[in-house]
Ligand binder design. Structure first.
Ligand SMILES: *Cc1c(COP(=O)(O)O)cnc(C)c1O
Length: 392
């Protein structure tokens, strides 16, 4: 019997632009009925005709058509072999670290997302995996951290929340030379602006909760890999952990992807204006924004990405100012998360980066005066207008 695996990916067609692939998804439409919007296959299980036959779908923990369409679409957008859709970005990170064996060593960015640090430090460390946290923009420090058991480099770029930009090609070269794999968390820029697999990475991970979904309404994660061996590993993990993304949520991410390029353009344009406006305000002491020409890694940004994204971090003059801002923003909301339609302002030290040890946060600059803002899709004048009431 025909199932979706028997159809070629429409969007792998030569010459199609990213925007068209994002709109049409992998298959272009649902080929069995012609449905333009890929249906939500809300079923736990699939009927078999007789012993020894299967439609290719047996049970939704293993494979579900809606999830499969999202996975194939993400594989295409990231230029990978296979994609995997999971119940959260954290679930995605879990199946990636499961690639490692006891005794293995990981070189990881020193300002990774707090939840990623928690997975490393509170879970995998207990299974005998060792982590060295390194300032990944410093290639000498990266090389110095390598041991004879180093099996993985885990990079976030731009980093969350300090917006450092890591040279993915250089890290991937270094990893390849010692037989290790490179993982890149591409949540902040998405494949619209940055494609880590093309730069030499082996695995891309996303919190699809953020820009891919894009509407602050779904928790999801995505992994894309280049090799069959890794694809088989990820499939086994999902089958065993049972952390595959549900059909409805897969559909929501597929729908989000259709407007990803448009949304990223607007996030990018508005963040550029807000960052430049913030720079003029006296209570703002420092801005972390990859689109500034004097950003220390601006050359790498220009080389490996095609946009700056919608994220800005900044430090103000005092904790009092922080309190004033978080209490008095009106349209902008004080909330965790990023990458959605609504502009959100976050206080990393007690929210997203709460699990990072206090001394490490101080060293990195994630202080009590530090804020992160995710520029949404409201009119930029309204975003600046709202900030102008509390920042000056
Ligand atoms: C949010 C986030 C995660 C975790 O994703 P969830 O979907 O919240 O589980 C991981 N990495 C980065 C960079 C994030 O911003």
């Amino acid at each position: 019997m025909k199932n979706f695996s028997n159809y070629n990916d429409f969007s792998r067609k030569e010459g199609l632009h990213f925007e068209s692939k994002a709109v049409h998804g992998a298959l272009g439409h649902e080929p069995l009925t012609g449905a333009v919007s890929f249906p939500i296959y809300q079923t736990s299980t699939f009927r078999h005709k007789e012993l020894g036959t299967s439609t290719g779908y047996d049970y939704s923990r293993l494979q579900n058509p809606t999830r499969q369409e999202l996975e194939r679409t993400m594989a295409i957008l990231e230029n990978g072999l296979e994609g995997f859709a999971l119940s959260s970005g954290q679930a995605a990170n879990m199946i990636i670290f499961s690639w490692l064996n006891p005794g293995d060593h990981v070189v990881i960015s020193d300002d990774v997302y707090g939840g990623t640090f928690r997975i490393a430090d509170s879970i995998f460390a207990n299974y005998g995996i060792r982590f060295t946290y390194v300032e990944m923009t410093d290639l000498e420090a990266v090389e110095a951290a390598i041991t004879n058991r180093t099996k993985m480099f885990f990079v976030e770029t731009p980093t969350n929340p300090l917006m450092k930009v890591v040279d993915v090609a250089a890290i991937a070269d270094c990893a390849r030379s010692i037989g290790a794999v490179t993982v890149v968390d591409n949540t902040f820029l998405t494949p619209y602006y940055q494609r880590p697999l093309d730069l030499g990475a082996d695995i891309v991970v996303h919190s699809a909760t953020k820009y891919l979904g894009g509407h602050n309404d779904t928790i999801a994660g995505v992994v894309v890999v280049k090799s069959q061996e890794m694809a088989d590993h990820m499939r086994l993990q999902i089958k065993s952990h049972g952390n595959g993304l549900a059909a409805l949520d897969s559909w929501l991410i597929l729908r989000g992807l259709k407007t990803l390029p448009l949304r990223m353009e607007r996030h990018n344009e508005s963040a550029y204006k807000v960052a430049h406006w913030l720079r003029e305000q006296t209570c703002v002491k420092r801005i972390y924004y990859v689109g500034f020409e004097d950003h220390p890694n601006y050359e790498i940004t220009k080389r490996q990405t095609t946009g700056f994204g919608g994220m800005i971090s900044f430090a103000v003059d005092s904790e009092e100012t922080v309190k004033k801002i978080l209490k008095n923003v009106d349209m902008i909301m004080f909330a965790e998360s990023l990458g959605g339609t609504e502009t959100l302002i976050t206080y990393p030290t007690t929210q997203t980066h709460e699990s990072i040890p206090e001394d490490v946060k101080q060293k990195l600059g994630i202080t009590k005066e530090f804020l992160r803002i995710s520029i949404g899709l409201e009119h930029v004048d309204d975003i600046i207008g709202d900030l102008a009431k509390v920042v000056s």
